[in-house]
Design a binder for this molecule. Sequence first.
Ligand SMILES: C[C@H](O)[C@H](O)[C@@H](O)C(=O)CO
Ligand SMILES: [Mn+2]
Length: 417
Amino acid sequence: MTIKESFELAKKDYEKWGIQVDHVLEKLQQIPISIHCWQGDDVGGFEVNKSELSGGIDVTGNYPGKARTPEELRNDLEKALTLIPGKHRINLHAIYAETNGEVIDRDELQPEHFANWVKWAKEHDLGLDFNPTLFSHEKAADGLTLSHPDPAIREFWINHCIASRKIGEYFGKELGSTTLTNIWIPDGYKDIPSDRLTPRIRLKESLDKIFAEEIDEQYNLDAVESKLFGIGSESYVVGSHEFYLGYALKNNKLCLLDTGHYHPTEMVSNKISSMLLYSDKLALHVSRPVRWDSDHVVTLDDELKEIALEIVRNDALDKVMIGLDFFDASINRVAAWTIGTRNMIKSLLYGLLMPNDYLKQLQEEGNYTERLALLEEFKTYPFGAIWDYYCEQMGVPVKETWLDVVKEYEKEVLLNR
Ligand SMILES: C[C@H](O)[C@H](O)[C@@H](O)C(=O)CO
Ligand SMILES: [Mn+2]
């Protein structure tokens, strides 16, 4: 049976529920995923005076062939994009600046240092998102940045974030699509603090200085990313969820939820609807924590499907900015991007192919039997046949055939690095 024939059969199952599959596929095409560049080189970046990865995050594995230069990283991203259906965005960090061998410290970064990325994004019809990098730097060595007791260190990082917002604005203007500039800081303490408030007062003051200049939101939106703990900040992080949720609400910024930044039983899917009641938009870093914020490649698990369902059933596709955040150096890095991004898109398709209005009605009527029955039965509806057809229509490999492409690329390119 051909892909199309399977699709036509599967379509009938969904149309019985009033689900317009063709409209679903049109909608799916419109959803951009922000794909993080840092999976391609283990969060290394291209700084002339490169520092070791720090900030309480870690990359494990030594799979051969990681990108060493901007050209190699862009080539690897291009290869992954040929395997992922739809039009997407690339999420950059400040450490991916290209300074022609000149040592430019982070507080002096300029839009021109990302001109090659903008040229490339234009050539490939991509959006760009951005992040100041407040780790892997000597001024972050003691694990404090925007909340540091030393005003000079705080000022350095404030200036870096101010410069980063201007770069985000540059991306937005050049590419005609709003850039999300997201701030995450590693600040925290390994052991029990004697004062949780003072660092948070300093962080708030630093953020107020960073955001003092208004930037047109059609070009740049600001997000702040919370965390529960990191390596070396197990007992306390300054930028907790409560801190940033409050800051974002009071200052009309986006609160960014990273799915690895909560207690293992705390689900980001359960937070989305509450936050959308009080915020116009929110942002996600979709990751997969295994035991801790391990940044595993995203798999099509229940929580991913639940996140997608929350976005779809709450009509929030234009309110939730979906980014990915994982870095696995134990597998082929192009495969990691492909698996994680295809799974994110699959989960959105899964959510769009649910009789969401009817399920809401069942809940309103207190018919929890049918609600549970249908939620479970739809897990084995022929969703895969729809996905295969979508991939075929979007000109990307169907099922696991993308793996042949990655194997060929690994043999021809990656293993020769
Ligand atoms: C590289 C990213 O800024 C980093 O992963 C951050 O988003 C995070 O989630 C840290 O745990
Ligand atoms: Mn993150």
